[in-house]
Structures are given as structure tokens and as C-alpha cells.
Design a binder for this molecule. Structure first.
Ligand code: NAG
Ligand code: NAG
Length: 379
């Protein structure tokens, strides 16, 4: 009987552990209301093939990662000729000749030999109604990213780390791609050692997106700026996308942090940008950006000149009051430490926030803790 009792106790402990597994918190901002796999019984993939199958099938799923899924080597390697547009120094990234990019656009760059892991080049397809969550600090995907494309919607990615996508090579792989999606929440995700973009919202409509509490770690031994800082960080060029970007920690990057275009409405709130060797925002034609309550620490140029789109940087109390009509509250000032100027007060586009789900904002002073709360293994 003692034996049976201990089995019952173990089963009770197990079921309470299992029922505790699930998405933590809820999305704020544009993707508010996203449910992912909802209350589906959690599944625990044990192999890379099983993970790919769960993510890509047409069932609502809560997929829990309890270990590292290592895709390196699973699709072989390719050796060939690439190019070195930024030089052949040992700290420089070089490029794969993907779709003849070197031939067509870098014809005068020195040719170099390249050898890359095939798995990194194209991410795992994620279907609709999925929650992908890491357990503690165990959920790691190595050597392959995620693709949320072609009509996939209602997806939550939380508390995982995506790393080592051919970091030495441009075109070596994107960590998370959205292109033609809706209602996606990316939360407490860390990306590091990535070849191409950390997060890319491609040119189709990715609609409503919330990216929160993520760590974009640009530290790299192979940089397009040859200085240890990754250039290809965040690329938001979807068609009419609504992107909430809150409480993220973006560090050691040198460009595209983010690059915004395509009539994207971006609400960048309470993020912490740290230690860039160049610029953070690229505001291209069509971009509409409200940046409030952020911290820029050691960022020489928070925004790259010239600004082609619309940018409101919450520059002073008088201007910030303009937010009240559209957001229902005044905007919060940004804060700067050893950083360059970030001043633009275009307000015409703020009316686009009216009636939408809008993230709250705390002061920039409160956002200083984001460097320790963002990333995976923190919830
Ligand atoms: C996702 O869930 C919704 C609501 O249950 C359902 O209508 C839709 O068909 C699901 N999508 C897929 C691809 O299964
Ligand atoms: C850079 O290379 C050094 C030496 O091999 C290694 O210890 C370090 O982890 C590498 N850093 C990154 C970010 O890959």
C-alpha cells in the first residue's frame, strides 16, 4: 500500500506539474487576444523530426521544449564560393552566393570559399493555433529558425532560445520570419549567433504582432561591420503591419535595429538598446513609428539619417500630450546615456492608434531593468 500511495503521490505531483505548463501571461498591444494552442494537452517532442511535425501539422498544439533541439548537420552541409563585401578580415561576415547575390550585387567583392550548414537556411514551418514554449531555461533550438508564413495565424512563441544559424554567413539563416501571418506573439525569446535577421517581418502583411521581453543578442565573431556587433537585427517591412515592440533588450548590434518600412505602424515602448557600434532605427519610406519610454545606452545614433518615414520620439512634455487624443494617455519620454540625438515630432500618423489595442507605457527609468528581465529562462 505504501508503494501505491507513493505512486498516487507521484501521479498527483506530475499532473500538477503538467497542468502548470502553459503560456505565461498574455499579449499586450496589437496581438492582444492571441491564444496559440489554447488549452490543448501539452506535447513534449523528443526529436527534431517530432518538433517539426508538431509545429507544422494542422492541429492546435501546446508544444513544450524540455531540451536543446540541435538541427545542425540534419540536412548536410554545402561547400562553395561566396563573397566578402566587407573585406576578408577575420572579424568580418562573408556572404553565401544565395540566389546569385554575390554574382548580381557584389561582383567586385573578393571571392571566398564558404561551407555552411544547410539546416540554417530555411526555418521550420509553424502552422496556425500553436503555442511553442520552453520549460525553464531548457528550450533551445540550435541551427534552425522558425517561419510563420502563408496565412498562419494565432501563434505564441515563448521562453525559447534560437541560436547558431551559420553566424559567419550572410544568408546563413533568419531566426524568426513572419510573412503573411496574423496574431503572433513572440515573448521572452532570445536570439543569438544568427547569420541573417534575428526577426524579419517580410513584405507581405503580417498584420498584428507583439514582440515583448525578447533579447536580441548581436554579439558575434562575424559581423558585416567587422566589429563584433551584428548588423542584421530587426526588419519590419510588412504591408500595413501593426507591431508592438515592448520591453525588449537589443544589444551589440550595428544596424537594422529595427529597419522599418512598408506602412508598418510600430509602437516601440520601454525597450532597452545597449551598446551599438552605429545606429538603431532605420526609418524608411512608409514607416510610422512611435518610440516612447525607451532607453538608449551607448548607442551613437538611435536613428539613422535621413528619416524618410514618420517618427515620433516623444521629445518633450508639450509634444507628448498630443498622444492623449489617440492613445488615451500622454506619451513617455525616452532616456539616453552616452547616446546620440533622437528627436522627431511627426504626429500626423498617431491617429492610426485610435481604437486599437495599445500597450501601456511606464517611464524610461523603469525600462532600465529590461536588460535583466528580457530573454529566455526568466519566467
Ligand atoms: C485555428 O483555430 C480556429 C478556432 O478554433 C479554427 O477556426 C481554425 O480552423 C484553426 N486553424 C487551423 C489551420 O487549424
Ligand atoms: C568567439 O570566439 C571565441 C573563441 O573561439 C569563443 O570563445 C566565443 O564564444 C565566440 N563568441 C561568439 C559570440 O560566438
Amino acid at each position: 500500500m505504501k508503494f501505491l500511495a507513493s505512486i498516487a503521490a507521484a501521479a498527483a505531483a506530475l499532473s500538477s506539474t503538467v497542468s502548470a505548463v502553459g503560456v505565461s501571461g498574455a499579449a499586450e498591444g496589437f496581438a492582444k487576444g492571441v491564444t496559440g494552442g489554447g488549452s490543448a494537452t501539452p506535447v513534449y517532442p523528443s526529436t527534431t523530426a517530432e518538433l517539426v511535425s508538431y509545429l507544422g501539422d494542422s492541429q492546435a498544439r501546446v508544444i513544450v521544449l524540455t531540451k536543446t533541439f540541435d538541427f545542425t548537420g540534419t540536412e548536410g552541409t554545402t561547400s562553395g564560393s561566396g563573397c566578402a563585401p566587407w573585406g576578408t578580415g577575420s572579424a568580418c561576415q562573408v556572404a553565401i552566393n544565395k540566389d546569385k547575390w554575390c554574382d548580381n550585387y557584389q561582383a567586385s567583392a573578393p571571392k571566398v570559399s564558404v561551407k555552411y550548414d544547410n539546416a540554417g537556411l530555411l526555418g521550420i514551418t509553424v502552422g496556425s493555433n500553436k503555442s511553442l514554449i520552453g520549460s525553464g531555461s531548457k528550450g533551445v533550438i540550435r541551427g534552425k529558425g522558425l517561419r510563420i508564413v502563408s496565412g498562419a495565424k494565432n501563434i505564441i512563441i515563448q521562453n525559447i532560445h534560437i541560436t547558431e544559424l551559420n553566424p559567419q554567413y550572410v544568408w546563413g539563416g533568419d531566426a524568426i520570419t513572419l510573412d503573411g501571418s496574423d496574431m503572433v506573439w513572440i515573448d521572452h525569446v532570445k536570439t543569438s549567433k544568427i547569420g541573417r535577421q534575428h526577426i524579419v517581418l517580410g513584405n507581405s502583411a503580417s498584420n498584428r504582432v507583439t514582440i515583448s521581453n525578447c533579447e536580441i543578442d548581436g554579439v558575434s565573431n562575424y559581423s558585416a561591420t567587422c566589429d563584433g556587433n551584428h548588423y542584421w537585427a530587426l526588419y519590419f517591412t510588412g504591408s500595413g503591419d501593426l507591431v508592438t515592440f515592448k520591453n525588449n533588450y537589443v544589444h551589440h548590434t550595428s544596424g537594422r535595429g529595427p529597419k522599418v518600412a512598408g506602412n508598418t505602424l510600430l509602437h516601440a515602448v520601454n525597450n532597452y538598446w545597449y551598446s551599438s557600434s552605429s545606429h538603431a532605427f532605420e526609418v524608411d519610406k512608409g514607416a510610422m513609428i512611435l518610440a516612447e519610454g525607451n532607453v538608449f545606452q551607448n548607442v551613437p545614433a538611435p536613428v539613422l539619417d535621413p528619416i524618410a518615414g514618420q517618427l515620433f520620439t516623444s521629445p518633450d512634455a508639450n509634444s507628448n500630450a498630443a498622444c492623449s487624443s489617440y492613445l488615451g494617455r500622454a506619451c513617455q519620454a525616452n532616456a539616453f546615456g552616452s547616446s546620440g540625438a533622437f528627436s522627431s515630432a511627426t504626429t500626423g500618423f498617431l491617429s492610426n492608434f485610435k481604437g486599437k489595442n495599445i500597450a501601456s507605457a511606464s517611464t524610461a527609468a523603469a525600462a532600465k531593468s529590461v536588460s535583466s528581465t528580457a530573454g529566455f529562462g526568466k519566467i
